[in-house]
Design a binder for this molecule. Structure first.
Ligand SMILES: NC(=O)c1ccc[n+]([C@@H]2O[C@H](COP(=O)([O-])OP(=O)(O)OC[C@H]3O[C@@H](n4cnc5c(N)ncnc54)[C@H](OP(=O)(O)O)[C@@H]3O)[C@@H](O)[C@H]2O)c1
Length: 292
């Protein structure tokens, strides 16, 4: 990953955010939850979308239940979400591809459905309904897409449903490339909102449960090692949440950021043309399953 040293920003402490509205799709667990809580603690009005609500005690977090492995349900939930006064929309929902290929009831490889394709169908439902005026914090609405951008993964555009060949890492990289594509392609499609990518690096969360098995020895050893060397979700959130409201981002529509909030160069080969080709191929996959 190459850092663009020409970009800099000054982190401001999150405080007195009573007028700020943030929606985190995937805000019920892991990194999305840590980000949601950091904003809620600073007074913001937070909406989280996920399967299991874990923050009932926090009054300013609203929960919307959804199974986002279903494309039809993701689209329906997006249609029903009120984002007319949302300032920041974040996508963090995800899993890791299992050791054997899994398929959803809609015929999609499960990791692609949960970690990428649901976002791809939610963006066109949500973004046109977001207002486009600059807010009192000095920015127009923003969408953050969390995955692994800038890591030079181009995915296998000819086998997005992993039907020809399967490997958990190879398939997961299809979701990584899809999410990077979604940032650049959305910049070219929507002018009322800015788009950014977030790459958190390795953090100890539940993301690898689908690969290692929840509570298994492999999971305990791997996550123990990751936890030993890396940030906790809360540490990641305390560093990255101020970036989400930084005014400096206004001049960097389409920017992608590492765990320290440093600006990264796009993955090698990830031209706007490739991004739009990747999104088109992903839409074709949904069309082939009668989901688009
Ligand atoms: N942690 C890392 O090391 C790492 C590294 C690189 C990139 N990332 C990226 O960071 C993002 C967040 O990952 P994380 O580490 O925070 O993972 P996580 O702890 O497993 O959290 C994932 C979130 O996705 C939600 N989710 C999963 N399946 C769902 C479904 N079927 N329907 C609705 N919601 C569902 C979970 O909600 P429920 O708990 O309510 O089901 C949870 O809120 C992902 O895009 C991931 O690819 C993470």
């Amino acid at each position: 990953m190459r850092i663009d040293k020409t970009f800099s920003w000054i982190p401001k402490k999150l405080a007195n955010l009573g007028d700020l509205n943030i929606t985190v799709v995937g805000g019920t667990g892991g990194l999305g939850r840590a980000i949601s809580r950091s904003f809620a603690d600073a007074g913001a009005n937070v909406t989280v979308v996920g399967q299991t609500f874990r923050d009932e005690k926090q009054k300013n977090i609203k929960f919307v239940r959804a199974d986002l492995s279903s494309i039809n349900e993701s689209r329906k939930v997006a249609r029903e979400l009120d984002v007319s006064s949302t300032h920041i929309l974040v996508f963090t929902t995800g899993i890791f591809a299992a050791s054997k290929r899994q398929e959803t009831s809609e015929g999609l490889e499960r990791d692609m459905a949960v970690s990428f394709l649901n976002r791809m169908v939610m963006v066109p439902e949500l973004v046109p309904r977001m207002h486009s005026k600059e807010n009192f914090y000095g920015f127009i609405p923003r969408v953050f897409i969390m995955a692994y951008p800038g890591s030079n993964q181009l995915g296998n555009i000819d086998d997005l449903n992993s039907e020809k060949s399967y490997g958990s890492m190879k398939t997961h990289m299809n979701t990584v490339a899809g999410n990077e594509a979604l940032v650049y392609d959305s910049v070219s499609k929507y002018k009322n909102v800015h788009f950014y990518g977030l790459n958190p690096g390795l953090v100890k969360t539940n993301i690898r449960n689908n690969l290692f098995g929840e509570g298994s020895w492999t999971s305990k050893i791997m996550e123990g090692l990751i936890g030993w060397f890396t940030h906790t979700p809360e540490q990641y959130a305390s560093g990255i949440s101020p970036l989400l409201i930084a005014k400096e981002l206004e001049g960097l529509n389409g920017g992608i950021f590492n765990k320290n909030g440093e600006s990264l160069y796009p993955s090698k080969g990830f031209t706007p043309e490739y991004a739009s080709k990747y999104i088109k191929a992903s839409e074709d996959l949904l069309i082939s399953k009668n989901l688009f």
